[in-house]
Design a protein around this ligand. Structure first.
Ligand code: GLN
Length: 225
């Protein structure tokens, strides 16, 4: 029987700005090359979801309107995503998806939507600073080049627990002041990078490594159970 790696794409039909679905396509390509089949499930409004059934969870970006729709469905995903993240499994969240990992997002119209509250960060829309354009930053895997387009500024509420994904060379990243892009906690990552981010081979291969490790641990646990 072929080895099948399972990817959950959260709200694929609603959260996919500026080619974010390309991240999942690139991972499929890399994992196929390593001899694995890949199954991608769209987990959308009302769909049942147990994160522990998966080897990778992806959450793309979205505009404010789609975010208000998704926010209403999100609370039921909290517990299973909490267990998945704390167990050190790989997750990548882009832009609107990244914002959703935190406690809240104060939007362009002044209303605040409650987010998943999985990690100590929050986001505030700052109309005076639309952060749009090319980005370049240094990560532990080398240089990453991408594209950003957001007005939400993301702030860490616990700087010991969360680490930035990269240090800016060009562009804004989390906000206009900090000089940092994205977030890492265990194997959970947030980023404002579209483009998609995983067109950067260095970071894409790092995610493929994490996913294969998770797959081997999950399947190994099932065999011995
Ligand atoms: N709506 C959010 C913002 O402007 C996220 C945008 C996005 O996901 N591209 O900050």
């Amino acid at each position: 029987m072929a080895d099948v790696i399972k990817i959950a794409y959260l709200y694929e039909d609603l959260m996919n700005t500026y080619g974010d679905s390309g991240d999942v396509k690139i991972l499929r390509y890399l994992l196929n090359g390593r001899g694995y089949d890949v199954q991608v499930n769209n987990i959308s409004l009302g769909h049942s979801f147990n994160a522990m059934d998966y080897d990778f969870v992806f959450f793309g970006g979205g505009q404010d309107y789609e975010q208000t729709v998704v926010a209403k469905d999100l609370p039921r995903l909290h517990d299973t995503l909490h267990d998945y993240i704390e167990a050190g499994n790989p997750l990548l969240a882009i832009c609107g998806g990244y914002q959703f990992l935190g406690s809240e997002y104060k939007m362009s119209d002044g209303t605040t939507i409650k987010c998943l509250n999985l990690l100590p960060l929050h986001t505030v829309f700052r109309p005076e600073s639309r952060m749009i354009g090319d980005t370049e930053y240094e990560t532990e895997w080398g240089t990453v080049r991408a594209f950003e387009n957001h007005s939400g500024c993301t702030y860490f509420d616990d700087k010991d627990k969360l680490k930035p994904l990269g240090k800016m060379v060009e562009g804004f990243g989390n906000d206009p002041e900090s000089g940092y892009e994205g977030m890492r906690y265990k194997h959970t990552f947030g980023s404002y990078s579209h483009g998609p981010i995983l067109r950067n081979r260095n970071i894409a291969e790092a995610f493929a490594d994490m996913i294969v490790d998770r797959y081997k641990a999950r399947v190994g646990a099932e065999v011995t159970a």
